[in-house]
Design a protein around this ligand. Structure first.
Ligand SMILES: [Zn+2]
Length: 476
């Protein structure tokens, strides 16, 4: 997944300046151990088709066993997915003493990465390279810092003799970037291994830095939009291109697409997006900040929405979006086209029925001859309610690393494994623990990187967070 891109141009400057850190400054044993583990797993090409995920699961399992976790509580679950590849997930249970009398908390990260082609990268993608205050390498941000930080936190707590008051469960999945079958397999066939009151996912959320590396906010992902893809087709009897006619599948489809481009879906708001615009309005200056405040009060204020629509990340938070992504038309250069098809990918605001979006597309298209079919069906996960115990614990853990920054809940446009845990009835929250400038985010892209200081802060973020939610002083 890609973290929500906030248009940072407007952010007012915040407190502490982060010096460009070098890893030699980090000398605690747990920091050295985590860095070694991070280096080893970045070196594993866990992209689809390379068969490295089971080896990574086995490698991580060894760390947990060496630290004293019982063999019964460390499970590598191998699985052949629909592409024919063998992948795996790793589930580790940190047994509590039951004093909290609450169901476990599930902690998620994924071991797989999007592939990287060496010739496209400046540096070796599957080698951890430290340069200019960054760790470079495929998976550094998505999501191997999460894997490393969760592993490190479990190892530290275990060695310190910590006993949580409720069970804490780590689950590392093996195909989040492609088919998401490992999380579904865990939920359907191994539910008792991972059943939890709620989920904290390291694969979303985290801090934002402005251009000068100041920490500005810490973002908690509490909802994801619903993904659905349509195919829009115009048909025509065709004919010879030497005798053009006014009816033409390509021109008609083009007109339909221009109409859809102009269409704005109705404004929608939920608890998460309302809190998002409220919190952001105090961080963003000028007209945009004012529009956010007005929108949070009344999403049907057309002037506020008009301002927000100019910024893609904010626009995507105000309602459903659809966009043409692929085209296919005609069969010969000297023939009138018999079909013209566009692929239109939509991201539905949670709770909006797919049928409603299809009807609105049909109306907006302005041509009753258009055919609309579903190319990828809707998978709809509900929004996760902003529970006080979760938001308070994450806010404390974030402040322990990044200073007095506000906690900003948000809805993501893309999907993570949380889609499936939410569909399975477990509220899920994304808190990655890293803090970065949007300019430095290259998840899925070239030269992926994380700031060195932030990598080590993510370790402490998770250690503090798990200590908090695993303690008697856990909030109600
Ligand atoms: Zn991810």
């Amino acid at each position: 997944m890609i973290r929500l891109l906030v248009a940072l141009g407007f952010l007012t400057a915040a407190a502490a300046v982060n010096a460009q850190a070098h890893s030699s400054q980090y000398t605690e044993d747990y920091q050295r151990e985590a860095l070694e583990l991070f280096r080893d797993i970045i070196g594993m090409r866990t992209a689809a088709g390379h068969g490295q995920v089971p080896a990574m699961a086995d490698y991580l399992a060894m760390y947990f066993l060496d630290a004293g976790f019982d063999g019964e509580d460390v499970k590598v679950i191998r699985q052949t997915i629909s592409t024919g590849e063998e992948v795996a997930s790793l589930v580790v249970r940190f047994r509590g003493n039951g004093l909290a009398n609450r169901k476990p908390v599930l902690l998620l990260a994924h071991m797989d990465v999007v592939d990287a082609i060496r010739s496209d990268w400046v540096r070796e993608p599957f080698v951890l390279i430290e340069e200019d205050g960054f760790f470079f390498g495929r998976g550094t941000s998505d999501n191997k810092t999460g894997v490393t930080a969760l592993t490190s936190a479990f190892l530290r707590l275990q060695r310190e003799g910590f006993t949580p008051t409720r069970d804490l469960i780590v689950a590392f999945t093996g195909d989040e970037e492609t088919t998401m079958e490992t999380i579904q397999h865990l939920l359907t066939d191994h539910r008792q291994l991972i059943d939890a009151e709620y989920v904290l996912n390291s694969d979303a959320g985290g801090g934002y830095r402005d251009l000068d590396h100041n920490d500005v906010s810490y973002n908690l992902q509490a909802a994801e939009k619903t993904y659905v893809t349509y195919e829009l087709t115009m048909r025509n009897p065709g004919g010879h291109s030497s005798v053009p006619r006014s009816d033409n599948a390509i021109y008609e489809l083009a007109a339909v697409l221009k109409n859809i481009e102009q269409h704005q879906f109705p404004a929608r708001m939920n608890e998460v997006t309302q809190r998002y615009f409220e919190e952001m309005s105090s961080l963003v200056e000028g007209d945009v900040g004012d529009a956010m405040a007005s929108y949070a009060r009344d999403p049907n204020d057309p002037a506020a929405r008009a301002v927000l629509s100019k910024y893609p990340a904010f626009n995507a938070t105000t309602g459903t979006t659809c966009v043409a992504t692929m085209l296919k038309a005609g069969h010969a250069e000297n023939a009138l086209p018999q079909t013209a098809t566009a692929t239109v990918n939509c991201r539905l605001f949670p709770g909006v029925p797919e049928t409603e979006v299809r009807e609105q597309l049909m109306q907006a298209a302005g041509n009753p001859d258009l055919e609309i079919t579903i190319a990828f069906p809707a998978w709809e996960g509900p929004m996760s309610e902003l529970r006080e115990d979760v938001t308070a614990a994450v806010a404390d853990a974030a402040r322990s690393q990044y200073g007095d920054v506000p906690l900003v809940p948000y809805m993501a446009s893309g999907a993570t494994d949380s889609l499936h845990t939410r569909m399975a009835g477990m509220p899920s929250y994304g808190t990655g623990g890293l803090s970065m400038r949007p300019e430095d985010m290259f998840a899925h892209g070239l030269n992926e990187r994380v700031p060195v200081d932030s990598f080590f802060k993510a370790l402490d973020h998770w250690y503090n967070l798990l200590t908090d939610i695993g303690s008697d002083r856990a909030r109600q």
